[in-house]
Design a protein around this ligand. Sequence first.
Ligand code: SAM
Length: 204
Amino acid sequence: MVRNTSHAVMQQRHEAHDSLDYFPTPPWATRALCEWLLQYDMLGCMTALEPACGAGDMSLPLKEYFLQVESSDINPLDFGYQRDFLFGDAPPTDWTITNPPFRLAEQFVAQGLRCSKHGVAMLVRTSFLEGASRYRGLFEPHPPTDILQFVERVPMFKGRLDPKGSTATSYCWVVWQKYNQTGTRFHWLSPCRKKLERAGDYDR
Ligand SMILES: C[S@@+](CC[C@H](N)C(=O)[O-])C[C@H]1O[C@@H](n2cnc3c(N)ncnc32)[C@H](O)[C@@H]1O
């Protein structure tokens, strides 16, 4: 058997069961979602909740588009405030948007759908779309309205942003729009990293 032990493949996310799964999101990947959402919603008049904000790498680009962004995390890293998103009621918002801890992603979607007026968007590994039990528990009862598949790789690493890093893991945004439900649509997110990266994105 030939094993693929390339650096990129080795960057896949294998996390301990109780890990908080802190993998910050390169800001351009969040801008890609917001640019896409602008065709449906006037984000500048809306509120967003980032309920697993870590150090704020997703919250900051969200603030470029939304009127107000509330940020929290079970273990905030000098950003936002402390809250377990899955414990008790979440605050009402127009949109819930995050890169959730992988093993809790289904619960994050369910809680997001409860507290969001307009919709939920989750950045997940594309492999999240597979799996019979996830299909039965999440996608069948709550079909997403849109899958936004990145054509480019979105390099994510445990505990740090790395503008030079590479990855073999494929990511997509999964979106549940509450006012535009006509089955699940598939979209490519065409190459946009260069256009959506900003000076200072990796400086914090
Ligand atoms: C993949 S990281 C994403 C960080 C940030 N959203 C970003 O994209 O840069 C997942 C985050 O979920 C947080 N987290 C894990 N369990 C949580 C919970 N029950 N409630 C709130 N946050 C949680 C972790 O502390 C971690 O910061």
